[in-house]
Design a protein around this ligand. Sequence first.
Ligand SMILES: [Cu+2]
Length: 232
Amino acid sequence: MKSYLIGLGAVVVVGSLQTLSAAEISGKVKLDGTPKPEVEIQMDATCGKMHAGKVTTRHYVVGADKGLANVFVYIKKGAQKAPPAADAAPMIDQVGCMYEPYVVGAVAGQDVTFKNSDPVLHNVHATPKVNKEFNIAQPLKGQMTKKQFNEPEVLVRIKCDVHPWMFSYVGVAENPYFAVTDKDGNFTIKNVPAGTYTVEAFHLKAGAKTQEITVSDSDKKTAEFTLSVPAQ
Ligand SMILES: [Cu+2]
């Protein structure tokens, strides 16, 4: 019994050391070039009433210092498969006949919640290339449905067949080492184990770039990616 207790103590110590040693990769994605102006969305009367001003497409959302939003930044190669973080609960809401957020990340197999906050029928139609397609109706306000994407795929498109302007995208990764850039292009990938990785910054319109990044225990590494508006 005594040796069993000693063994248990050792396990607890190792567990807490692993938590302490996790590294962080953070930085910024910038956009080079000037994209075409966004297009005003022509909503139907019911959806239009939910907005005071005009609503546009979100092909390129550029913030301070050329920072590019909605870029999926993830470890593409070099990391083991790993489960989602305990506090991660990816959700795509339907608000004012728009998906919020536009881009979200999930670990393969993790629950992704689709919520309808509108008093309007929406349907959630996933049109993946690798994962299984699905199409669910959400007629009621407050309705929530959990779905999973079982294979890594960057990015899975979600559309609404009722409202042809509604799109959102799910970055499905093998592990929880990913982030989506904020309005100014900033990202932080937390709890990364020590290792050498290929990190990719992927944007729907501006394409992808990769970088080799090595982190050791408790490292805080920064990386900057520059994506370009493709030539017309
Ligand atoms: Cu809809």
